[in-house]
Design a protein around this ligand. Sequence first.
Ligand SMILES: Nc1ncnc2c1ncn2[C@@H]1O[C@H](COP(=O)(O)OP(=O)(O)OP(=O)(O)O)[C@@H](O)[C@H]1O
Length: 435
Amino acid sequence: MTTFSPREIVSELDRYIIGQNDAKRAVAIALRNRWRRQQLDESLRDEVMPKNILMIGPTGVGKTEISRRLAKLAGAPFIKVEATKFTEVGYVGRDVEQIIRDLVEIGIGLIKEKKRLDVEAKAHAGAEERVLDALVGATASPATRDSFRKKLRAGELDDKEIDIEVADTASGMPGFEIPGMPGANIGVLNLSDMFGKAMGGRTKKVRTTVKASYADLIRDESDKLIDNDVIQREAVKSVENDGIVFLDEIDKIANREGGMGAGVSREGVQRDLLPLVEGTTVATKYGPVKTDHILFIASGAFHVSKPSDLLPELQGRLPIRVELKALTKEDFRRILTETEASLIRQYIALMATEDLDLEFTDDAIDALADVAVNLNSSIENIGARRLQTVMERVLDEISFNAPDRGGAKVVVDSAYVREHVGEIAADADLSRYIL
Ligand SMILES: Nc1ncnc2c1ncn2[C@@H]1O[C@H](COP(=O)(O)OP(=O)(O)OP(=O)(O)O)[C@@H](O)[C@H]1O
């Protein structure tokens, strides 16, 4: 849980996402509200429901990115699901609960990672002992052990091969779901957990180098140091209080009449989703999870349908509406140059690994933005995603030949950009396939 103020949250998001201020503000307030709720007395705390958000805007303009970055900032479990997935043939109503089960798995991963960091030093020490066991045997004299320890720490034994025994994470009895009863695999999995523990878990022998063995051994040792029950309890709590569900393509299920052949009707999917958004309890293999305080961010372009086509109950549960704007050429320029992990920075860094000094002139950035905007308007508007395809094409040759050109400096200017994508971009039919 972050203690950032809404202003600080927005400025954090500004590092990665250009523009879209309304959406950033809305999610910043939602996140701050969670912190505020936690400060309340228990009795009032349960009454405060999250104000879920409906993001309206064309594809590729930052809806998912804003939500994902927000979750990262908050250390919150985050999941993105396409609402249309539930209209497919073969889905049954209660499948939507799987969203929450998946979110808990994500929560478990996050908490585990956090706990692993807490016990890292101890786990590293344990791993070192096991490497020494593998090198000199568990019965070697303390003096021998110490001399090997010195060499080990000096990195002199890094490439030596050893046999180690680590937990076989792929093992365990397979859990299976009973059709029509999602979550009914609980018993089976608990059994395998129980047997796993009673038998000390299944292990496998692997031959590896000293250096490479550490990752596995540290994971193994930290798993011994962290208590699974605590992780599960904390993960459920974190999902209940901090979880964020991003429901994409909500506009595609917004049609009220749409009875659709063999698939589940769109209104049916809305009805299935409603309890989750309103607050229900979902059975997971880690115990019941209440969805009352999970934040839902629904998103869609709403080109054809309107938010008012959603079921009234669902509309009421998505009270905050924000509109995201289509990106302009200037936005594209800024996305290329100003964001923390911009494509330009990524390519420069990647080429630097080949000792190639890559540079983009200002007019090259201009040309890249220009090509992307033109393609978006002539073929299909896919928003900032267009930059990826354009950049890939422009840099294809440089990227392919980089290993042969170590030490060189390559300057990409507007002429270079036009030379490499200009022709394709001008030919609408060709660009449909290539850019
Ligand atoms: N305003 C922006 N600033 C920086 N990068 C952006 C922006 N908008 C989109 N991008 C980049 O474009 C890609 C697609 O954006 P995103 O996933 O947020 O799309 P979206 O609006 O959620 O669309 P969809 O609903 O189709 O998923 C991401 O890699 C993201 O980093």
